[in-house]
Design a protein around this ligand. Sequence first.
Ligand SMILES: *Cc1c(COP(=O)(O)O)cnc(C)c1O
Length: 383
Amino acid sequence: MVRNVKFVEPAKVYRMIKDELDAAYFDVMEKGDLIDRGHLKSFEENLARFVGTKYAVGLNSGYDALHMSLRAAGVGPGDEVIVPAHTFVATASAVVNVGAKPVLVDVGKDFNINVDLIEEALTENTKAIIPVHLSGYMADMPRVMEIANKHNLVIVEDACQSLGSSIENDGSSNKNKKPGIGKVMAGAWGLTGCWSFYPFKILGGYGDGGAITTNDPKVALFARRMRYNGEDRETGEYHGHGFTCLLDNMQAAFLDIKLRYLPGWIIKRKKIAERYRQGLSDLTDLMLPHYDRPGFDHVYQNYTIRSKQGSEFSEYLEKNGVEVLTQFRKPYYKHEALQLEDKGFPETEALSREVCSLPMNVEITDEEVDYVISTVREFYRRK
Ligand SMILES: *Cc1c(COP(=O)(O)O)cnc(C)c1O
């Protein structure tokens, strides 16, 4: 009888692919290949191929990917950047840290930016939009691209939660044949796609990590130099005041292995989501993350439900041995020190009271998923 379900169990994933990870570790150690070596190059090539872009550049976090992208796009003081009101704080912090102003826009029922509200938030200073693909489900990119093309705005995709997700694109909002027709992956629509390999992301490393994907050779070159303090590694020339934010070769070696498992792991996540759907969809106080929008894929980085009972619900689960995540009870713009304007974002406020992410990972067993389902059902039976 299961009585304790963890949100994630990294040691269990390690045991699943221990032989390969250990071999990668010894390979890196024995070669002494620590900084900017073959494992990084290999991972970058495989990541770019997976996303369907020409380039991938490994960085040391998702935050750095966002920051680097804005720098590459020339966003700076005096510029405004549209960001969703419901996201991880790093999306907005990257904007602030290049000296620009984040302009927040409320989200819709799918937790992603409400595209109907974007145009009224634009001003003559708007330079870019950062659509965030939250939890494994993409923002409405065909419409975001349409708005960007109309107003000549840069798109930086915060795809940190959606590696492997995609949208069927009919091409009607394309400009200069971009981003292509048919299935277009997250991270292949904008100037850049930003990735995080934080351990609990869908492709997680063993420490911090990140990357950008792009089709623009100038952006890739800029990021390659700036991640290494502005230095061109071949000529030794400094091309600007840069940063130290390179993806470690060791992390790249681990990520390259895990990337090969990702397609299979996404299938597993979809099966778990389906098990949750079957077990919970009759509970009318719950809103489940199953959307019937044709062509929009969901890879379930997170299985975030909304419960009308909010914290009472999430606390009951925690007390009964189900580890959950409640990101975020307090929206980031309500944290005083960040000095962001709270214009009142009704959907973000409502979902903040109700969100609860259930355990969703590749290491979970069916018995554990069933225990989560029965614990949720028990909460509602008692009500
Ligand atoms: C994780 C995450 C980030 C930041 O990634 P780090 O690697 O932790 O810096 C940014 N945006 C979103 C939506 C994320 O989920």
